[in-house]
Design a protein. Structure first.
Length: 256
């Protein structure tokens, strides 16, 4: 199991590197699909910058998804179900409080990796009235290429199962409208979630989203922030050479 988690560990440490300013102390969490039935998620209370394989908990997917379909009547019942979903019942670690949204996103979006962080630059935008514009609009080509033509913005929710339920509602609306999963989910007054199939994709989306937030904040300070027309965004996203370049970026940043 430890070898299987190597890429997840390295990705998590990179996201947690203090120089990146994506998280501090115990903020953030990551996950990886292990097989059709299970996934690994950061354990509660672990810090991302120095985590090792022992800092993750492997859980069965179905019991966690069941929490969303049939929310328990009490927190104690929810915790009991979550603990019983662990592959290793002898483990002394509990999954992150956000285990339910990790399970939901892995299942609904069909991705293999998830990186949830709280970058200062991102939250400077998400804690303002400009969050919706930041999510819906794109301002430069590489933001389109790596973060997709539009992000999903979910309203604030109490961390844990309540947030997962809110997120699932808005995600399903997004899927119905656009026919594909977002690459970037923004959580009002909370943080961001990158969705991808490789560690490199998670790292690229996160880095580009943070750059986009810095540009957006700077543009607002100078005046009214402009954005690319919808037609140009769609053109950039679907250009064959940009699709090829996006794939090269993902492969180049794979962890080993």
């Amino acid at each position: 199991m430890a070898n299987q988690l190597d890429n997840l560990v390295e990705m998590t440490r990179t996201l947690g590197d203090p120089q990146n300013d994506y998280v501090v102390i115990g903020e953030g969490n990551t996950s990886m699909r292990l097989d059709a039935e299970s996934f690994a998620v950061k354990a509660s209370g672990q810090q991302m910058h120095n985590i090792d394989a022992g800092g993750f908990v492997s859980v069965y997917l179905e019991p966690i998804l069941g929490l969303l379909d049939h929310p328990p009547s009490s927190m104690s019942e929810q915790k009991a179900i979550t603990r019983s979903a662990r592959l290793d019942q002898s483990s002394g670690r509990n999954p992150s409080i956000e285990v339910s949204f990790h399970a939901m996103l892995l299942h609904e979006c069909g991705v293999k990796y998830i990186g949830h962080t709280h970058p200062t630059a991102i939250n400077q935008v998400l804690c303002t009235e400009h969050a919706d514009a930041f999510a819906r609009q794109r301002r430069f080509p590489d933001e389109v290429v790596l973060c997709g033509p539009q992000s999903l913005l979910a309203p604030y929710g109490d961390p844990g199962l309540p947030l997962a339920l809110i997120m699932r509602h808005h995600l399903r609306q997004f899927l119905d409208r656009y026919g594909e999963a977002p690459k970037l989910i923004l959580l009002q007054n909370h943080g961001m979630i990158a969705l991808g199939d490789t560690p490199g994709e998670i790292l690229n989306i996160t880095a580009m989203a943070v750059k986009a937030a810095k540009i957006f904040s700077g543009a607002l300070q100078l005046g009214k922030a402009t954005h690319l027309p919808h037609e140009e965004v769609q053109h950039l996203y679907k250009r064959p050479d940009e699709i090829y370049r996006r794939q090269l970026f993902v492969e180049d940043r794979k962890t080993h």
